[in-house]
Design a protein around this ligand. Structure first.
Ligand SMILES: [Fe+2]
Ligand SMILES: [Fe+2]
Length: 218
């Protein structure tokens, strides 16, 4: 466990999380956002088939994240029950509430795009959710399990940050300003959730380390 929660992990201080704000997403699509509007004129002259391709990528990504968010509503509920720290329980519960709202916001995006709201199975998110379930099985309730839950949750948040950074860039490039706003709002929530987990990890990692020391001395 100590290795999992070491400095190189996502919940450590030296992680990339500090940089993972919604406005400075490290994904390549996130970076391209700033210049998206300036490229609007040139994209109009591009072939319709390439625009259709990008639309398809965006729509597939939307279905993927819609499926993922629905899985996460259930997973965050389980994680809040499995956590010992009140701070962490509340973080999971608050983000579950946000996640439920995100599902509704994504349904608005589907509507704007003239699509029926439908998810597409996302094996990556299934795997991340499974990792969280393994953490619950592997550790008794306590600081070490809490630390493992934070790792799992932060992996999920980083997946979401990448997904929404890309979705926002696609929507901006394709001229779907209202969708871009929705994705931007959600991206902000995901970044905040990640930061809250960073803060919780500072106390919980310390508690887990002290617990290990106490066991060794006993
Ligand atoms: Fe989410
Ligand atoms: Fe999230």
């Amino acid at each position: 466990m100590k290795k999992t929660n070491g400095r190189s992990s996502s919940n450590g201080r030296s992680s990339s999380n500090g940089h993972a704000t919604s406005k400075s997403s490290s994904s390549s699509n996130g970076r391209s956002n700033g210049s998206a509007s300036s490229r609007t004129s040139s994209k109009k002259s591009s072939s319709s088939s390439s625009r259709e391709g990008l639309e398809k990528v965006m729509k597939n990504s939307l279905k993927d994240i819609y499926y993922a968010e629905k899985q996460l509503v259930r997973a965050l509920n389980k994680m809040s029950k499995a956590a010992e720290s009140e701070e962490l329980k509340n973080a999971f519960l608050n983000h579950r509430q946000e996640t439920e709202e995100q599902v509704t916001q994504l349904e608005e995006a589907f509507e704007i795009l003239g699509m029926r709201a439908a998810g597409k199975k996302c094996p990556a998110m299934d795997g991340l959710v499974e990792e969280g379930a393994e953490a619950i099985e592997e550790f008794e309730k306590g600081p070490a399990r809490d630390a493992a839950l934070i790792v799992s949750a932060q992996k999920v948040e980083h997946y979401e940050i990448a997904a929404y950074g890309s979705l926002r860039a696609f929507a901006e490039t394709l001229g779907y300003a209202d969708c871009a706003k929705i994705f931007d709002r959600i991206l902000e929530q995901e970044s905040n959730a990640d930061e809250i987990l960073n803060q919780a990890a500072q106390t919980i990692n310390q508690m887990a380390a002290e617990e290990d020391m106490a066991e060794m001395e006993a």
